[in-house]
Ligand binder design. Structure first.
Ligand code: GRG
Length: 309
C-alpha cells in the first residue's frame, strides 16, 4: 500500500534534515577549498546550494544508518556524491549538451555566469568530491575511504554516468548526423542504469561501505537501489509527458523534441505506470529483511515514484 500521511511527513522531515546538513557541509567545503577570487566559489555555490531534493545524500545517510552509522559520520560521503550530481547537472545544461536556461527554477550556471565559468564550476565540484572523500572524517579507516573513492569514481566515470551520457548522445543521433536511434527497451534500461542509475546505486553502496555491511546487506541494498534507479527514470520520463506539478508536460520541451529514447515511449503511459508500481514493490521487498529500520528508505522509493519535480 502507498504510505500514509504520517509516514510521508516523517520522510519529508528526514529529507529536509539531510538537505540542510549536506548544504552546510558543501558550503564549508567550498569555503575551505582555496579557489581564487569570488566568481568560482560563487558559481559552485550556485550549482550546489540553490535547491534540489538531495535524494542521493539521503540514500547515503539512511543506508549507512541501517548498519548503525550515525548521521554525521555519513555526511562527507553524502556531500561528495551530491557534488558529483550537481556537477553533472551543470555540465548537462551546457550549450554543447542540453543547452538549458533553467535548473531548479533558477538560471543555469552558464546563464547566471558564463560558459567557461560553468565548465570550471563543474570541474571544481568533481574534484572537490574526491578531496572530501580523502579527508580522515570521510570514513572509519583508510580502507573504507579508498573503497568509497573507487566506488564513486566507477559510478561517475565511463562505466557509469559519463558512459551513459555518451550512449544517450549517440542515441539522439548526435554523432552520425542522423535521426535518433530506435533502441530496444533493454538497451534503454542499460543506458539509463548507467546515466542516472549508477549514482543512485553508489549512494546505497557508500552507506553499506561506511557500515561495513556483509554481502547479504550489500546485495539487499543494491537490489533496492537498482529498483529505485529504474523507478526514478520512469518517473522522470512520465514527467516529460505529463508535466511537473503546475506546468504543461516537458513533452513540449527539449527532451521530447530531441526524440529521446524512453521506456514510456516503449511501454506507453499505462505500461510505464505499471512498471513503476512493480519496481516500488521490488524496492520494498529487497529491504524486507531490515524490518522497520528500513521504513524511511521504503518511503523514499514511493516518493521517487510519485515525484512531481
Ligand atoms: C554531462 C557530466 C555529464 C553528465 C550528464 C546524469 C546526467 C549525465 C545528467 C543529468 C541530466 C538529467 C536532467 C537527467 C535526468 C534525470 C536526473 C538526473 C534529474 C535530476 O536529478 P534530481 O531530480 O535533481 O535528483 P535535484 O535537482 O533534485 O538534485
Amino acid at each position: 500500500d502507498a504510505p500514509d500521511d504520517t509516514r510521508t511527513l516523517a520522510l519529508s522531515g528526514a529529507l529536509a534534515r539531510t538537505a540542510g546538513e549536506v548544504a552546510a557541509y558543501i558550503d564549508a567545503a567550498i569555503a575551505a577549498s582555496g579557489g581564487p577570487g569570488e566568481r568560482l566559489a560563487a558559481s559552485m555555490r550556485h550549482a550546489t546550494l540553490a535547491g534540489g531534493k538531495r535524494l542521493r545524500p539521503f540514500l547515503v545517510v539512511e543506508s549507512a544508518a541501517l548498519f548503525g552509522v550515525p548521521h554525521a559520520k555519513a555526511l562527507p560521503a553524502a556531500a561528495a556524491l551530491e557534488c558529483i550530481h550537481c556537477y553533472s547537472l551543470v555540465h548537462d545544461d551546457l550549450p554543447a549538451m542540453d543547452d538549458d536556461d533553467l535548473r531548479r527554477g533558477q538560471p543555469t550556471v552558464h546563464r547566471a555566469y558564463d560558459e567557461a565559468t560553468a565548465i570550471l564550476a563543474g570541474d571544481g565540484l568533481l574534484t572537490l568530491a574526491f578531496e572530501i572523500l580523502a579527508r580522515e572524517e570521510a570514513g572509519p579507516d583508510a580502507q573504507v575511504r579508498i573503497a568509497l573513492v573507487g566506488s564513486l569514481a566507477r559510478a561517475a566515470g565511463v562505466a557509469g554516468m559519463i558512459g551513459g551520457q555518451m550512449l544517450d548522445l549517440a542515441a539522439e543521433g548526435r554523432f552520425a548526423n542522423g535521426a535518433p536511434l530506435d533502441l530496444p527497451a533493454e538497451a534503454i534500461i542499460e543506458l539509463q542504469a548507467m546515466k542516472t542509475g549508477a549514482l543512485l546505486r553508489q549512494a546505497c553502496e557508500a552507506g553499506a561501505l561506511l557500515g561495513r555491511a556483509d554481502d547479504a546487506g550489500r546485495d539487499a541494498l543494491d537490489r533496492y537501489a537498482r529498483a529505485v534507479g529504474r523507478a526514478f527514470q520512469i518517473a522522470d520520463d512520465l514527467l516529460d509527458v505529463e508535466g511537473e506539478a503546475g506546468t504543461v508536460g516537458k513533452a513540449v520541451g527539449k527532451d521530447a523534441a530531441a526524440g529521446k529514447a524512453t521506456l514510456v515511449g516503449k511501454l506507453g503511459v499505462d505500461g510505464a505506470r505499471a512498471e513503476l508500481a512493480r519496481l516500488v514493490r521490488e524496492a520494498e521487498e529487497a529491504l524486507a529483511g531490515f524490518g522497520t529500520a528500513a521504513t524511511l528508505l521504503v518511503e523514499a522509493a514511493y516518493f521517487v515514484a510519485a515525484r512531481r519535480n
